[in-house]
Design a protein around this ligand. Structure first.
Ligand code: PEP
Ligand code: MG
Length: 325
């Protein structure tokens, strides 16, 4: 089976009725990029930069970050690289920097909140990303956005970083695209407003599911309640896709459920343009994509939205996938 899947590496990710779905990779390091490229990743849709910060005994310098980002961009040979700014906190800690003890770290001092408080560190990272943007199609993505203000404040730091680089005569791409992760219910509710502030959306279903369903994604006691096929999640994703499409910006899905082949008709039915997947999910999803019509997915989606329970959604989506096989 693995051998058979590997034959699909060069095959374009297009449905039988001609709809293209970009299959990019989630990576945390340069090493993980190799596995993703081996499986035919069409770019990187989510570079989780936390690991660059966790793998050492102090904050990485601008130069260290720049070298990694540039190396990834160059290996991608013109394919898109979306670099997510630091998402530390939550389940990810730094040995050398004491984050506050928190009752609810996932709801706490993490991601863009940390970056906006430590603007010095944030600017260092943005400078490194901007410098790498001279070496490929590099884009910036902010995590855990809950308001328009956060996007504007982050963009203010970005503007400062650009100004500094320009003054220093260092090359970067002035029109670098800036997108946001949609992974908090508040961001879904104001997706129409956020779409005016961003070049693209990426739906982080891992966090979006935990916040929408009030289920801690790390708590095994309630893991049975962590349900990607919950009708509420489907509706959240539809709201985001509609807002992005109205504004004409691309929307992708980068959480784990993007790699579930039974979810594929949801993405195709909603007109999602890109999935960002772990390396091992790319080929199974592509295999499914090659035999799943977008027109059939759109029809199925109407049925999925009539389902009242996750079990019904799962059964219908699973049956559809089995019939397409
Ligand atoms: C997500 O929340 O879906 C996501 C992709 O980000 P992370 O898993 O790193 O929080
Ligand atoms: Mg997340």
């Amino acid at each position: 089976m693995k051998e058979q899947l590997l034959q699909l590496v060069e095959v374009p990710p297009v449905t039988p009725d001609g709809v293209h779905l970009t299959l990019a990779a989630n990576i945390s390091s340069l090493k993980e990029l190799d596995a993703a490229l081996h499986n035919g990743a069409d770019g990187v849709g989510l570079f989780r930069t936390e690991f660059l910060y966790m793998d050492r005994s102090r904050f990485p310098t601008e130069e260290e970050q720049f070298e990694t980002y540039r190396a990834v961009a160059q290996k991608l040979k013109g394919r898109t690289l979306i670099i997510r700014t630091l998402d530390i906190g939550g389940d990810k800690q730094l040995d050398y920097y004491e984050l506050p003890e928190e009752e609810n770290p996932f709801l706490g001092f993490r991601a863009i909140r940390f970056s906006l408080e430590r603007k010095d560190l944030f600017k260092t990272q943005l400078r490194a990303i901007l410098r790498a943007s001279a070496f490929g199609d590099v884009r910036i993505m902010y995590p855990l956005i809950t308001s328009v203000d956060e996007v504007r404040e982050a963009n203010g730091v970005l503007a400062e970083a650009k100004k500094e680089l320009a003054y220093e005569g260092i090359e970067y791409r002035d029109d670098v695209k800036v997108g946001i992760m949609i992974e908090v219910p508040a961001a879904v509710a104001i997706a129409d407003l956020l779409a005016e502030e961003a070049s693209f959306f990426s739906i982080g279903t891992n966090d979006l599911i935990q916040f929408t369903l009030a289920v801690d994604r790390m708590n095994e006691k309630i893991s049975h309640l962590y349900e990607p096929f919950h009708p509420a999640i489907l509706r959240m994703i539809r709201t985001v896709a509609t807002a992005a499409q109205k504004r004409g910006i691309p929307v992708s899905v980068c959480g784990e459920v993007a790699g579930d082949v039974n979810a594929l008709p949801i993405w195709l039915g909603l007109g999602i343009e890109e999935l960002s997947l772990s390396a091992q999910a790319i080929l199974p999803v592509k295999e499914s994509l090659l035999r799943t019509k977008a027109s059939d997915s759109r029809k199925l989606l109407q049925g999925l939205f009539r389902c009242k329970t996750a079990a019904e959604v799962r059964a219908l989506a699973g049956q559809f996938n089995a019939e397409a096989a």
